[in-house]
Design a protein around this ligand. Structure first.
Ligand code: NAD
Length: 494
């Protein structure tokens, strides 16, 4: 069943769905391809509502014992899973690079270790699932507890599947829920490797993986009456469908959706020897090394006109320095976009902007039929903030750069979007920092850096970028548990 295997991948027995602690092959098959080389890697099961039914039933059956387990014991199992992932990190990273196109050097190794860190972090804080006592008056003893919702259905995208999978697994399981996880059809293999590592560690049914298409397995999971909470990460378009699917039964819901995040640079960000560092952080914020395939990518760059001529060549130099190519090549910094469809859409956005008269500071309209889906980092100028390429999520290595003159003007341009996920602000003026961070609509604003999420921080979007935030302990508790209040009359009671 398997061809072109360079990294060690799940064998035939392990590439189906993982349900109730066993490997299960659905009738249909999906081929997972390596987008850097355009060759098939492996087949996985094309799960449907049949597999979703089985997995939800297994999760429901496992729930009473799992939620009754001490949180510290659940935490220990997550910590152990994190340890096993560290032990197998290189192998998992190679699988991840092969299926997602994310370069092993800059991304996939870091993602494997980051996912292990998430599992260990939530393993450690699982005991923080605490309640409150309430002073309701003499004779009354009132307290609250945090209860799991029950069965969680999580649906994740392909762009950082292991990290996102680890977040969903950790938060759901730490808080006493059981989980059915539906990975993306383009990148399910690293998640199956994680299931392999979890096999025999967590009780059967606590953690299940159903591979399959979004419209089949994903839709069946979102609509399943036995799923009490859905945690979805993906596009805003699909997020709206998930919202509709969960509305009738008032299932709990978290949506982590798309973005078109602004990066804003003021002149004082490049004074006193800061030009080089700021240019590098601006390029980092764009996530070029992830082919721009990050929900938080700072893909709209607003640069004050007084520093345009100095900063832009430096940002171009830093971005163009990335070596582009096969994600498994140990020297490559930037790999491939995930599939032909995504590549074609990126190509269409850039071709349209070129036809509208945009100028390429670096990059070009990608080739029509490449050997691997590896477009170069591209920065476009001469763009209007109302152009399609400046408004829609390209989800590729394409940044648009627009000059501005005043704070008011840049705030208006930054907020002129239906997204509100992230923003990056570069200035040394603390008053300006407080004014702009207040004014900009975004769930996460970084000042003077373009880094990634860190476990424990609150993370989520506003506007059409999402609903709820899950990354922090508080976010996990709010999203994966409900408060139960108990009031006891400790006097007579009658
Ligand atoms: P997508 O919405 O197409 O797919 C995401 C997941 O949803 C996949 O598992 C897919 O199979 C499933 N799906 C598709 N149609 C479905 C349906 N009708 N019902 C149920 N499930 C369905 O997104 P994508 O292209 O895989 O990922 C890219 C998107 O994800 C971008 O918009 C990106 O910004 C977003 N994203 C957001 C975050 C965040 O934290 N906010 C993180 C990563 C990615």
């Amino acid at each position: 069943m398997t061809t072109h295997l360079e990294p060690k991948l799940p064998d035939a027995g392990l590439a189906g769905s993982y349900i109730n602690g066993t490997w299960h092959w659905p009738q249909g098959r999906l081929v997972v391809e390596n987008p850097s080389r355009r060759v098939p890697i492996c087949e996985v099961g094309r799960g449907t509502s049949t597999e979703v039914d089985l997995a939800v039933a297994a999760a429901r059956a496992a729930l009473p014992a799992w939620r009754a387990l001490a949180a510290s014991e659940r935490g220990k199992l997550l910590t152990e899973l994190g340890r096993r992932l560290v032990e197998n990190a290189e192998e998992v990273a190679r699988v991840l690079a092969a299926e997602s196109g994310n370069a092993i050097k800059t991304q996939s190794r870091g993602e494997a270790m980051g996912a292990a860190g998430v599992l260990k972090y939530y393993g450690g804080v699982a005991v923080e699932q605490k309640g409150e006592t309430l002073p309701l008056g003499p004779g009354l003893f009132s307290y609250s507890t945090r209860e799991p919702h029950g069965v969680v259905g999580s649906i994740i995208p392909w762009n950082s599947p292991l990290q996102l999978g680890a977040v969903k697994i950790s938060m759901a399981l730490a808080t006493g829920n059981c989980l059915v996880l539906k990975p993306a059809e383009d990148a399910p293999l690293a998640i199956l490797k994680l299931a392999e590592l979890a096999d025999g560690l967590v009780p059967p049914g606590v953690f299940n993986v159903v591979t399959g298409l979004g419209e089949e397995a994903g839709a069946a999971l979102a609509a399943h009456p036995g799923v009490d909470k859905v945690s979805f990460t993906g596009s805003s378009e699909v997020g709206k469908l998930i919202g509709k699917a969960t509305a009738d039964r008032i299932a709990k819901l978290t949506l982590e959706l798309g973005g078109k995040s602004p990066t804003i640079v003021f002149p004082d960000a490049i004074t006193d020897g800061r030009l080089d560092g700021t240019a590098q952080q601006v390029a980092n914020a764009m996530r070029f090394a992830r082919q721009g395939q990050s929900c938080t990518a700072g893909s709209r760059l607003f640069v004050h006109k007084d520093i345009w001529d100095v900063l832009m060549p430096k940002v171009a130099e830093k971005s163009a320095a990335l070596k582009v190519g096969d994600a498994l090549d140990p020297d490559v910094d930037m790999g491939a976009v995930v599939n032909a469809e995504r590549y074609g859409e990126i190509r269409a956005y850039v071709a349209e902007a070129e036809a509208q008269g945009a100028t390429f500071l670096i990059g070009e309209t990608p080739n029509e039929d490449p050997d691997g889906f590896c477009p170069n980092p591209t920065i476009l100028t001469g763009i209007g903030n109302n152009w399609r390429i400046a408004r829609e999520e390209v989800f590729g290595p394409v940044m648009v750069a627009i000059p501005f003159e005043t704070e008011e003007e840049v705030i208006a341009m930054a907020n002129d979007t239906h997204y509100g996920l992230a923003a990056f602000l570069f200035t040394r003026d603390i008053s300006r920092v407080t004014r702009l961070t207040r004014a900009i609509d975004a769930g996460w604003i970084q000042v003077n850096q373009g880094g990634g999420q860190i476990p424990g921080m609150s993370y989520g979007g506003t506007k059409q970028s999402g609903m709820g935030s899950e990354y922090s302990i508080e976010g996990a508790l709010e999203s994966y548990t409900y408060r139960k209040c108990v009031t006891i009359n400790i006097e007579d009671g009658t």
